[in-house]
Design a protein around this ligand. Structure first.
Ligand code: FAD
Length: 447
């Protein structure tokens, strides 16, 4: 790979070069490489790592708009290693989650990343939830989720002394980890293998270069130009984008269709006061409502010893807006003028208003949580952090539930691959997703 910053050619390679690039990120970057990966979340990093492992002789750069890697979805999530219970048997989501969880445990073990296999109960508190709970059990078995069993009320109390329920699905294989820590480790692997990480590079254009630049000895070897707003240009042979909340906009700038559109949904967490941590041992989840893609508010112990409760799911007025009042005019008008979102809102007005109400009034959220732990009171919780989910929607207002790849048409289409939707639990599945993306890259590009 060749890098030129403000006319100075950098001879250093790999990690050393990358540190240098970070240090002078404010200046214009001009660089060439075989493959550029846009987006330094857990999906982009897992894919970049897998690609460089498979193709060590090629040059790679990973471009991230923030100062640090994985500050968005990959750094704002529940931190659960899901076991793969919920997903339709045979679906990509199910297969990637089950394989991803196994790979994640192995990876954490190998790299010394702390994790806890603290298990999870999916608890039915109403009789009407029992058929759905039993169906989930069957689904989990079909998905080859390990060690699943059904518990009665007594069994629930033995596992979680403060939890009340009539029946539960016990998944001891479920765990917790700090997903950002995992993502940063993928990034370190990538750099150690010779890849370059460039932060503070916000990609604003992806296009074919028509002419060979005057005097360039590279000719048309690197026909794709990836530009940023500061005037930087990375030339490469192939591009992979993994833009999370901006995946639709990254696709659009290379000439792809706007759909599926990303609509941001913010999830606010409450945190349990330290003196009440004894109430929760492992993950406690509700039986999910099949009408919605989110798993419902849950109790989740964290690796730092805290316990998070939530999240709810409300339409966010800014794509990376983590506060209730965060607002971005473009994001807001973009979302509300989209026919797909209008249809979704019309179909789910009551649910949406309920979620917003519970986001504002802690008492209402606590009331739901009390169904599982009656001893919990409003005095025991504080407002906590939030995450924003990239929810892909089609024009009819359907939530896109599985992976979507797109390359567009024409010359660019044969050289660009966009990961347009990498839905939850993409952190759990990340190593398996990395393999799948690398397979797709190899299928589409002549590496
Ligand atoms: C509230 C919440 C809870 C969740 N809980 C779990 C869980 O418990 N377990 C689990 O497995 N999954 C969970 N998930 C899902 C998981 O966190 C995400 O699926 C995963 O992190 C997605 O990773 P990503 O790399 O696709 O996106 P991101 O992490 O959002 O990364 C995208 C990156 O692209 C960068 N980018 C965007 N545009 C540009 C540009 N123009 N130029 C350069 N860079 C750009 C962004 O800055 C960002 O760093 C949760 C998600 C949320 C929101």
């Amino acid at each position: 790979m060749m890098s030129i910053l403000s006319g100075v050619s950098l001879k250093a390679v790999g990690g050393a070069q990358s540190k240098l690039l970070k240090g002078i990120a404010a200046r214009q970057l001009h660089s060439t490489c075989d493959v550029a990966v846009v987006g330094g979340g857990i999906v982009g990093l897992a894919a970049a790592r897998e690609l460089i492992l498979r193709h060590p002789s090629l040059s790679f750069i990973l471009l991230e708009k923030e100062k640090e890697l994985s500050l968005h979805q990959s750094g704002h999530n529940s931190g659960v290693i899901h076991s793969g219970i919920y997903y339709t048997p045979g679906s990509l989501k199910a297969r990637l989650c089950v394989r991803g969880a196994t790979l994640a445990y192995e990876y954490c073990e190998k790299k010394g990343i702390p994790y806890r296999r603290c298990g999870k109960l999916i608890v039915a508190v109403e009789q009407e939830e029992i058929p759905r709970l039993k169906a989930l059990y069957q689904r989990g078995l079909k998905n080859n989720v390990r060690d699943l069993s059904i518990l009665d009320a007594k069994g629930i109390r033995e596992r979680e002394p403060y939890c009340r329920g009539i029946m539960a699905l016990d998944s001891p294989y479920t765990g917790i980890v700090d997903w950002r820590m995992v993502a940063l480790r993928y990034g370190r692997d990538f750099e150690e293998l010779g890849g370059t990480v460039q932060t503070e590079y916000e990609v604003s254009g992806i296009s074919m270069v028509k002419e060979s630049p005057a005097g360039s000895s590279e000719g048309m070897k690197y026909p794709i130009a990836i530009r940023d707003k500061k005037g930087g240009e990375v030339r490469c042979r192939y591009v992979l984008t993994c833009g999370g909340l901006y995946s639709d906009r990254l696709s659009l700038i290379s000439g792809c269709s706007r759909e599926p559109r990303i609509v941001p949904f913010r999830g606010d967490y409450l945190v349990l006061k330290p003196e009440k941590h004894y109430l929760v041992k492992g993950n406690i989840y509700p039986v999910p409502d099949p009408r919605f893609p989110f798993l419902g508010v849950h109790f989740t112990p964290r690796m730092d010893g805290s316990v998070w409760l939530g999240p709810n799911a409300v339409l966010a007025f800014k794509r990376e807006g983590y506060n209730l009042y965060d607002f971005n005019a473009q994001d807001f008008t973009d979302a509300l003028s989209f026919r797909g979102l209008q249809k979704l809102i019309m179909r789910n007005v009551t649910y949406g208003l309920g979620e917003m109400y519970r986001g504002v009034f802690i008492g209402a959220q606590v009331k739901i949580l009390q169904k599982y732990i009656p001893e919990l009171s409003q005095m025991d919780v504080l407002r906590g952090p939030a995450g924003v989910r990239a929810q892909a929607l089609d024009r009819e207002g359907n939530l896109v539930d599985d992976f979507v790849f797109d390359g567009g048409v024409g010359d660019v289409g044969s050289r660009v691959l966009h990961v347009r939707n990498a839905p939850s639990p993409a952190a759990t599945s990340s190593l398996a997703i990395g393999e799948m993306i690398a397979d797709e890259v190899e299928k589409r590009f002549a590496l």
